[in-house]
Design a binder for this molecule. Structure first.
Ligand SMILES: Cc1ncc(C[n+]2csc(CCOP(=O)(O)OP(=O)(O)O)c2C)c(N)n1
Ligand code: SF4
Length: 288
């Protein structure tokens, strides 16, 4: 049986020393091993950003796609081969700015994949512009007088879009993060896990210390009911979106694949897709 070391490859991450993304990579590798997966049973699909490099750093199938498009590719991979465990990953810019339309529709589609957002509240790769996750008043090169737009609350949006699994964690809390990714993989539907992942180079406000002081774990609320959507929305609003843990899960809704008739017979990836010479000639003839 594979251990987390089997999900390591020989590519050395070029993230800055101290970047939160290192721990997220480790948590995905541990969660995959804990779920009993082999590397060839996992596909990690990412967008563009510092965070997007993650798909190249894990021993598994991987695709480093284009900015904001991790989810369309991941959904295609899953629909073509339901036997794969598919994890999509990328930054807050990737998923909540350019890719926001895809994020909302992937959530409502409820395909059985896990989406791990590496949320550093800034654009890291392009050297520190505001993202939709940056706080109002956040000063960067793109907002020298402070960000004017309001901060997006992605998990409140996820709940509104009909999410069936909503969680949040902090890259320093590798135990909680690993457990949540494991739960996300186990969940039969779309799971979104937003992970606070400090950018030590460009975000000098939302630092490790800042998160430690400001985030609150759901463990502090023993009465909390993660099956209640209203409680989930309330808790997110009460904590200004800084709550960590399993915020909401609905196990009753069937995933997308389970509702397509005939889908379960043979995955597309295992089908004989070759066409005959006659079919080929007929196809070409259509374009003459
Ligand atoms: C279509 C397109 N638009 C813009 C860019 C430039 N670009 C690359 S990464 C990025 C944002 C990076 O921020 P985020 O997604 O939060 O990831 P991080 O680097 O912070 O991990 C942008 C705007 C691009 N590569 N492609
Ligand atoms: S710029 Fe920020 S997000 Fe990118 S690798 Fe460095 S610390 Fe990480």
């Amino acid at each position: 049986m594979a251990t987390f070391k089997d999900f390591r490859n020989n590519v050395k991450p070029n993230w800055c020393p101290g970047c939160g993304d290192f721990s997220i990579q480790a948590a995905i590798q541990r969660a995959a091993a804990n779920r009993g997966l082999e590397p060839e049973q996992l596909a990690v699909i990412s967008g563009i950003g510092c965070s997007g490099r993650i798909s190249g750093y894990i021993q598994a199938y991987g695709l480093h796609g284009i900015h904001g498009r991790a989810l369309p590719i991941a959904q295609g991979v899953k629909l073509a081969n339901r036997d794969l465990t598919v994890i999509a990953s990328g930054g807050d810019g990737d998923g909540f700015a350019i890719g926001m339309g895809h994020t909302i529709h992937a959530i409502r589609r409820n395909i059985n994949i896990t989406y791990v957002v590496m949320d550093n509240q800034i654009y890291g790769l392009t050297k520190g512009q505001t993202s939709p996750r940056s706080a109002e008043g956040f000063v960067t090169k793109s907002t020298p007088e402070g960000a004017i737009e309001s901060t997006l609350s992605p998990l409140e949006l996820a709940l509104s879009a009909g999410a069936t699994f909503v969680a949040q964690s902090f890259s320093s809390d590798i135990k909680q993060l690993t457990a949540l990714i494991e739960e996300g993989i186990k969940h039969e539907g779309f799971s979104i896990i937003n992970v606070f992942s400090p950018c030590v180079t460009f975000n000098k406000v939302n630092t490790y210390e800042w998160f430690k002081e400001n985030i609150v774990s759901l463990d502090s609320f023993p009465e909390y009911d993660s099956t209640n959507r209203i409680s989930a929305m309330t808790k997110l609003m009460e904590t200004n979106g800084l709550v960590t843990g399993l915020i909401y899960q609905d196990k009753s809704r069937k995933c997308y694949e389970d509702q397509i008739s005939g889908f379960r017979d043979t995955p597309l990836a295992h089908q004989e897709l070759q066409i005959t010479e006659e079919q080929f000639d007929n196809l070409v003839a259509e374009f003459k």
